[in-house]
Design a protein around this ligand. Structure first.
Ligand code: HEM
Length: 140
């Protein structure tokens, strides 16, 4: 079980590293001056590669979590686990939102400011904090 939990934590950390960095690139993309196509294409290429990599890392992160929950029965019927699964759903939603925003940037249809993306970039910090406190402290 401890091997599964170790792999869960490693892939969670890797998944969230991508969720922390991708919106940072969006901040830069939202600040690219009109006509700077080379810079825009470079940032778009970085975003696409990072999103693909982050998606690949999310899958084992969730599989090992489900293995702990469904396989070993850890947290079954517990309030903290239900709350944690709600946080997980928000994290998957955030990942999906990054995919949608990148599609808009690629089509040059972004309407949001770099300031908006700076706030957007803080969301995964709160999600990681909430999930970690729920699973370690188990407050309810
Ligand atoms: C389908 C999604 C997930 C499931 C079913 C799941 C389930 C679990 C379970 C059952 C444990 C073991 C808890 C224990 O031994 O007390 C665990 C540990 C952990 N999970 Fe998840 N998890 C999921 C996603 C996540 C996410 C998205 C994060 C972070 C954002 C996360 C962070 C952690 C951490 C930090 C631990 C280690 C806690 C410890 O060592 O006490 N998990 N997870």
């Amino acid at each position: 079980m401890l091997w599964v939990k170790s792999l869960h934590i490693v892939f969670i950390a890797s998944w969230f590293a991508g969720l922390f960095y991708l919106p940072r690139i969006f901040v830069n993309l939202a600040m690219v001056p009109e006509g700077s196509n080379a810079e825009r294409e470079r940032l778009l290429l970085m975003s696409r590669k990072l999103l693909r990599f982050t998606t690949v890392l999310a899958v084992p992160a969730l599989i090992f979590g489900l293995w702990l929950f469904l396989g070993y029965g850890i947290g079954k019927g517990a309030g903290w686990m239900h709350a944690k699964l709600a946080v997980v759903a928000l994290a998957i939603g955030y990942h999906h939102a990054c995919n949608r925003l990148l599609t808009k940037f690629s089509a040059n249809r972004n309407t949001r400011s770099h300031r908006w993306y700076r706030w957007f970039n803080e969301v995964p910090v709160l999600l990681l904090l909430a999930a970690t406190v729920l699973v370690v402290v188990k407050p309810f």
